[in-house]
Write a protein that binds this ligand. Sequence first.
Ligand code: CP
Ligand code: NVA
Length: 315
Amino acid sequence: MKDLLRTEHLTRADVDLILDTASEFAANPLRSSSALAHKSVAIYMTKPSTRTRLASESAVAHLGGTPIFLRGDDLQLGRGETIQDTARIISGFCDALIIRTFAQSDVDALGAHSSIPVINALTDDDHPTQLLADWLTIRETFGADIQGRKFVYLGDGNNMAHAWLIMGAIMGAHVVAATPSGKWAPDATAIATAKLIAQTTGATVEVTHDPHAAAKEASVLYTDVWMSMGDLESEKSEKIRELAPFAVTNELMALTETDSIFMHCLPAHRGEEVSSSVIDGPKSVIWREAFHRRTTIQSLIYHLTRSEILGRASL
Ligand code: CP
Ligand code: NVA
């Protein structure tokens, strides 16, 4: 597989390989410090980023390459140059492209027209690199045997909910998304994709609108901001009202397993999707999770640029 455009393109073997190498990079960040010597990686973002940008730039540096950060309207793409022409130029100058933007179709098109690996660093629909850090955190916490464990996302049925269900399906897990019904439920196509993958991995994919039933005996409660980048401010008060029952509070955490953890991709809004006592409490693993962003992205770039990610033939 040339690119990582969508979470669903990864197999369990790909994820295991990426996480194994990420653990090696955690022990020795400079293990492959000449892998990208004299090479450059473009990082193009039309939405803000703290973690993904810092993780990507430092990952490229640790591989001996030069990160070239391009923000929103830095490129002629914003002034009407085509994706095809842009892809050809970036492919000529750089050895990989990391992109964060709105439309998944733009990322897919850049992948199709580039000769170099293209990595999705978040779209409105998906966030595959986040899930690599999340599953490294989960694997470290619970080991490889996750039978009988339940992994629960609560909140907006957004890009993170989609990626959570699909990656959980790839990993053979019992994954749950607890969201409001209607406008803020996960997209039907993401649910269908997760269920299709689950048929081959033995995973269980569940979507519910009952936060208490979801949290009961869970090993992980995961949440995300209620207002994502690009969401309509005009819908904010309605959205917050609908999402309020899905806030991760001490009451919900009390329903979970004794060895449960709390996860969040960050940025967080304390007092909205999670209470301070949970996110800053003893079950929270948010900092370990955030710092896994670098080693997992470092590993992903390393393996993609060596054509070592096989990917899924088709769904
Ligand atoms: N979790 C995450 O993607 O954070 P940033 O938006 O800060 O990159
Ligand atoms: N759902 C959030 C994730 C941020 C990492 C957003 O898209 O803004």
